[in-house]
Design a protein around this ligand. Structure first.
Ligand SMILES: Nc1ncnc2c1ncn2[C@@H]1O[C@H](COP(=O)(O)OP(=O)(O)OP(=O)(O)O)[C@@H](O)[C@H]1O
Ligand SMILES: [Mg+2]
Length: 345
């Protein structure tokens, strides 16, 4: 079972959108997926149109030890995709657990117990993927997520200040690995809310690739209004707008994630053909003009920019699992690494 925490202490960078739609894409590809809402804002739950009454089984009741992990899961409209929801009750958990012994390990233990019991009963793990949607902070809830996870994926908004705070994030992950979770690795950086029409966005991706070689997803998630609209209908992008560029982006990111299954013996054995299949070649991005085109049926002024095609299409069909680089081996980011140059083209 792969356990992947979506993290970034910055808010609004695409963690929840990625948890929902990567989870849905994996489930639609036949994987058994659980997504966990670890944020008191409960945005992940709202994406699935789940609004809990106080006291209903949730991530809060699991953390408080009032409910077993498996008993708090709910089915979603996507077959194979289950949700551990949260609600505002979770905002009290940090204080309520402040003096609890082993408070950083509660979620990990709950998932381990669920996994162990299921294996004893059915001979297999209860899920292929667990995705944990962390809140925009590095407090106890995120720490529980990172201790329960084996992998961390950092969603990065390709904007000004994108890299600020990244050193802190990488430091926290290193510290957790030393003290609490030796299995934890940052396995991916996913550029989100990407606008390939801006020089700045391309520069942020280039910076990320130079700091974290081999670990930045080939496919970036472009800005797409359908991704922003889907939660208000309580739907994943595949239910709301399956033909959208947002759906295509998440499908391709899911393919990159599944390409790494070959290094996970359990998954490689369960999905041998899929793990060996070459990834679908992505088409070039559709470039939407900033202004509505004139009424004349002229070709769009901005045909797909060569830069975008070059940057986003290579290697996808042949990508090997990422090399696992230890944080200690990574080049140190400047303490206030901020892109100071670059503006919209
Ligand atoms: N690729 C995208 N295109 C357009 N809108 C997006 C995209 N990704 C996310 N959004 C929108 O941006 C906002 C922030 O996204 P999201 O909630 O996923 O970020 P987050 O990192 O989980 O935020 P928080 O830290 O507050 O939990 C949401 O309104 C979401 O619908
Ligand atoms: Mg969120």
């Amino acid at each position: 079972m792969r356990r992947i925490a979506l993290i970034n202490q910055k808010g609004g960078v695409g963690k929840t959108t990625t948890t929902v739609n990567l989870g849905a894409a994996l489930a639609l590809a036949g994987r058994r997926v659980v997504v966990i809402d670890l944020d008191p804002q409960a945005n992940l739950s709202l994406h699935f149109d789940v609004q809990l009454e106080s006291g209903e089984p949730s991530s809060y009741s699991v953390l408080l030890g009032n409910c077993a992990f498996g008993d708090a899961l709910r089915d979603t409209m996507t077959p194979g995709l289950r949700l551990l929801p949260s609600n505002i009750d979770l905002s009290g958990a940090e204080l309520e657990l402040a003096n609890a012994f082993g408070r950083e390990l509660i979620l990990r233990d709950a998932i381990d117990t669920w996994d162990k019991e299921h294996r004893e009963k059915h001979g297999v793990s209860p899920a292929d993927y667990v995705l944990l949607d962390c809140p925009p902070s590095l407090g106890l809830l995120s720490v529980n997520g990172l201790v329960a996870a084996h992998e961390a994926v950092v969603s990065v908004q390709t904007e000004f200040f994108a890299l600020q705070g990244m050193t802190k994030l990488v430091d926290v992950v290193s510290l957790l690995r030393r003290r609490l979770n030796p299995r934890l690795e940052v396995t991916g950086f996913l550029p989100c809310l990407y606008d390939n029409r801006t020089k700045l966005a391309r520069e942020v991706i280039a910076e990320l690739r130079s700091y974290f070689p081999g670990r930045v997803f080939t496919r970036a998630i472009a800005k797409n209004v359908k991704l922003a609209e889907a939660p208000s209908y309580g739907k994943t992008i595949f239910e709301y707008a399956p033909e959208s560029s947002g759906a295509q982006d998440y499908e391709l990111v899911a393919a990159e994630v599944m390409a790494q299954e070959s290094v996970h013996p359990e998954l490689a054995a369960r999905y041998p053909a899929k793990a060996a299949e070459p990834l679908p070649a992505p088409g070039p991005r559709t470039v939407v003009p900033r202004k509505a085109p004139a009424r004349t049926p002229e070709p769009l002024p901005c045909a797909p920019a060569p830069i975008a095609v070059v940057e986003l299409t290579p290697r996808l069909g042949t990508m090997a699992p990422p090399e696992r680089v230890k944080e200690e081996e990574l080049p140190e980011l400047p303490p206030d690494a901020v892109l100071l140059e670059g503006a919209a083209d």
